[in-house]
Design a protein around this ligand. Structure first.
Ligand code: OGA
Ligand code: MN
Length: 293
């Protein structure tokens, strides 16, 4: 296995490993450490079917079945399909608007996610270059670069996150296929409070844990003050030096840290430019400190 950092704020490419084979214990720990260190890991040129893909992802923690799960691989409810494609009789084959806005997966969930794993089976290409990139921002760096006084203000504070916030933003977009969340879906993912600053289980360092997609307000604070601080934090996250954009190639397996990054999908492609990704949501269910310590 060889790890080549991008040299940017996030990202490394890992070659010399076939993810269709079960990872050895030492490779598993190396990947975990790299995930903490680089935030976004690309394993290029991977080819495996759903069972092996699911087995790879499951190594890192339990896999979540999405509360609004509509599109998944047959017999694998935990393996979602993201795609802009439709069948010949007009049925969508996947979720066509995943992640289009800055967010952190599962921040709306009591049990948070460690990572997200996508396998690119079709990537939109225009004039020889891939489009539909996925952007990331480094929340270790974002925390480190906060003014000391604000770090102090955030200390010990929590914020409320709500699945419905991002869902409604997406649902209001023209042409959205999303239905209003049912009471049952809302009951399964009620709003939750999360620390604004948390210790990352892989690095032991503080990260800023707030994202425009799901974060509603800072708990126990005047709403105007909360809005002002969250606005500041979301702008701060936009600093160019925190950004890394992944340009996809067919066969890429991309694994990203869902505690120490925020991400955003750029939908700059058309129906004639197919995109198809398998997706697994890895929950933070293992004792990562002891695995990387
Ligand atoms: C996700 C997501 C981004 C993309 O799967 O959680 O945000 O580029 N996807 O598909
Ligand atoms: Mn996402």
């Amino acid at each position: 296995m060889n790890i080549v950092p991008t040299g940017r704020s996030l990202g490394a490419t890992i070659g010399g490993i076939d993810l269709a084979d079960l990872l050895s214990d030492s490779d598993f720990r190396t990947v975990l450490r790299a995930l903490g260190q680089y935030g976004v890991l690309c394993f290029p040129g991977q080819s495996f079917e759903t069972p092996a893909f699911a087995a790879f992802a499951r190594r890192f923690g339990e896999l979540e079945v999405n509360v609004a799960n509509q599109f998944h691989e047959p017999d694998f409810p935990e393996i979602m399909i993201l795609s802009n494609q439709v069948t010949p009789d007009g049925k969508p084959v996947g979720l066509n608007d995943a992640g289009q806005g800055w967010h952190t997966d599962m921040s709306y969930s009591r049990e948070i996610a460690l990572a997200n794993v996508l396998h690119a089976l079709a990537v939109p290409v225009r004039n020889g270059t891939s489009v539909g990139e996925t952007q990331f921002r480094n929340m270790h760096a974002a925390y480190d670069e906060l003014p000391e006084s604000l770090k102090h203000t955030l200390e010990g504070r929590t914020a409320t996150h709500d699945f419905e916030k991002f869902w409604e933003v997406m649902r209001q977009r023209p042409g959205s296929r999303r239905a209003k969340l049912t009471d049952e879906q809302k009951r399964r993912k009620p709003p939750v409070s999360q620390p604004l600053v948390r210790v990352h289980p892989l690095t032991g360092r503080n990260v800023l844990y707030a994202n425009p997609g799901y974060t509603m307000w800072i708990d126990g604070m005047d709403r105007n003050d909360s809005d002002t601080i969250l606005d500041y934090l979301f702008r701060h996250q936009e600093r160019a030096d925190f950004l890394y954009a992944h340009r996809w190639t067919v066969g890429d397996v991309l694994m990203w840290d869902n505690i120490g990054t925020v991400h955003n999908a750029i939908a700059d492609y058309t129906l004639e430019e197919p995109r198809y990704m398998r997706r697994a949501q890895v929950m933070a269910t293992l004792d990562y400190r002891s695995l990387v310590g």
